[in-house]
Design a binder for this molecule. Structure first.
Ligand code: FAD
Length: 510
């Protein structure tokens, strides 16, 4: 390598501010992947505590756990975890409607075409089969069944794709224990001051209430909604998306676990928001996400409590948020992760994934001590795109509705949406076209299920789907449905899978 400028020195010390899910995910990732000459220190305040919610994930979490080398059963046992095959959306398209956004593919593609074009053709010709009859994940979810299966044997049908539900606080503790095998230094204390360098405004150190000063080269802001470094010290700015996603509050409350143990999250729409139901081994997590412009907190609490399916286990807790993202996630020598980076409601369980994704990008662009602006800009560009793609997918759930029973739904149905979403909707509405932009998180199958589930029916399908005769089309669809039905029938129940492989050792709450 010939260079006139000397190579900048390496980062020697990373300081992570915050010990919630984001902070411990960061600590574990750095400990596992970086050179062990880099020191890692995490500061958390027991007085402030963590947000204490965040229990549903998407299948990408398996990559994170795989990177750390976690044993799946041990992880589920220690976090009261269960399996998640998808999300059931109730009352979104219309008050009577219900559909699943199931992970994994649907049907078996034929020739150059995705399966769903053939299904659209059958619908156009009067067929009445459900799209989800061709999804093993959806069929298994509806029957509360689960077993690991990569492919359905002797067929080209994709197997089961899954994520987890877990107790967020236990997950953070689990990662903390994981970090103990590495030299991660944990410091308990409340940061009361952030000091910036005079010359370039980079963060130099943080000072704790007890007067101790901790300096570092790279600071990771995982301080939650407050964004202690990225906003408090660096005044980075925030892009507010509440005009597209008007929910700004949530009431969260756990209730006793009920049987059967469902292998999916429920997202049930109400008149000014929606309610989550997340089944864990020891309890069920619930919350009502709502817009305070359209509903009072008292009413939201009342609705939540009246829609629990087990005994209330703790006082409902209120949380407030502003949907959007930081104008820069990485600013100078500070990278914000988790709630400090931005927030989107947990409708598609994407927040923990965004922490993981940001960490992957940070490792890819891991800086030297001179912090090259091109690297920082690239990180912000890539992560910003991911936030915006997820945002558009979440907006789709609100906008593609026929509900007109409340001012909230009237607003969502008639609001202007981002151009990119309008473009995607137009492509689908005419000829059922779906394209995954730049490897975006949600696949064509994800978009398809939400679009069809919310009642968006295309005028036509891909003309190549006409290549089959009517009999061929019928046989093709029937065969796939038969494979799915038979494969699902062989699976054990979710509850027996958990009992056999990963039952938590601590007893459940009553
Ligand atoms: P926090 O958990 O708030 O942690 C902040 C940390 O910073 C704490 O340790 C605190 O002590 C520390 N701290 C703050 N200030 C100081 C200070 N001055 N000195 C020292 N320490 C300090 N995500 C999902 O993926 N799936 C879900 O289903 C889901 N549901 C959610 C539901 C709701 C209502 C909300 C609000 C969020 C949900 N999330 C979900 C998001 C998820 O909870 C967060 O992304 C995740 O928990 C990460 O939080 P965090 O670590 O960024 O912040």
């Amino acid at each position: 390598m010939h260079s006139t400028t000397p190579i900048a020195s390496t980062i020697k010390k990373i300081v992570i501010v915050g010990g919630g899910t984001a902070g411990w995910m960061a600590a574990a990732t750095f400990a596992r992947t970086l050179d062990n000459s880099i020191s890692i220190q995490l500061i958390e305040s027991d007085d402030i505590g963590t947000v204490g919610v965040g229990e549903a994930t998407i299948p990408q979490i398996q990559l994170f756990n795989g990177l750390l080398g976690l044993d799946e059963n041990d992880f589920l046992r220690n976090t009261q975890g269960t399996i998640k095959l998808g999300i059931q959306f109730n009352h979104w398209g219309t008050i009577d409607s219900s559909y699943l956004h199931a992970f994994s593919g649907i049907g078996i593609d034929l020739g150059m075409l995705d399966f769903y074009h053939y299904w659209l053709r059958s619908q156009a010709e009067g067929g009445d089969s459900s799209l989800w009859d061709y999804s093993l994940n959806a069929t298994a979810a509806q029957q509360n069944r689960f077993e690991k299966m990569e492919r359905v044997s002797n067929t080209r049908l994709p197997g089961i794709n899954y994520a987890y539900h877990f107790d967020a606080s236990l997950f953070a503790q689990y990662l903390r224990r994981y970090c103990e095998q590495y030299a991660v230094v944990r410091t308990e204390g409340k940061i009361t001051q952030v000091t910036r360098r005079r010359d370039d405004g980079f963060i130099e150190s943080v000072t704790l209430e007890n007067g101790a000063t901790i300096d570092g080269d790279l600071f990771i802001d995982c301080s939650g909604f407050r964004g202690l470094l990225i906003e408090g010290a660096l005044k980075t700015g925030y892009e507010d998306w509440s005009h597209w996603l008007p929910c700004d509050s949530a009431i969260a409350a756990p209730c006793a676990a009920t049987e059967p143990l469902l292998p999916y999250t429920k997202a049930t729409a109400h008149t000014a928001g929606w309610q989550w139901r997340i089944p864990l081994q020891h309890r069920t997590g619930n919350g009502h996400v709502f817009s305070s412009k359209f509903m009072s907190a008292d009413e939201a609490t009342h609705i939540l409590i009246n829609n629990l399916d087990g005994e209330l286990l703790a006082e409902p807790r209120k949380l407030h948020f502003t949907t959007g993202m930081r104008k820069k996630f990485w600013n100078k020598n500070c990278v914000a992760l988790g709630l400090a980076a931005g927030f989107m409601e947990p409708l598609e369980s994407t927040s923990i994934h965004l922490v993981q994704s940001a960490l992957g990008k940070l490792i890819d662009l891991f800086p030297r001590n001179n912090f090259v602006q091109a690297d920082t800009d690239e990180f912000n560009r890539q992560l910003g795109n991911e936030y915006q793609q997820i945002r558009d997918f979440i907006i789709l759930h609100y906008h593609a509705t026929q509900r007109s029973d409340s001012a909230f739904w009237n607003y969502c149905r008639t609001m202007e949406v981002p151009d990119n979403l309008t473009r995607k909707l137009n492509l689908f509405k005419h000829n059922g076209r779906l394209f995954r932009d730049n490897n975006e998180l949600f696949t064509e199958t994800g978009w398809l299920q939400v679009l069809i589930g919310q009642g968006v029916t295309p005028n036509a399908y891909h003309p190549l789907a006409d290549a089959l005769t009517a009999d061929q089309l019928s046989d093709y669809l029937t065969d796939i449905k038969t494979i799915v039905t038979k494969a699902a029938r062989l699976l054990p129940t979710h509850q027996s899978y958990i009992a056999k492989h990963c039952a938590a050792t601590t007893p459940p709450h009553r």
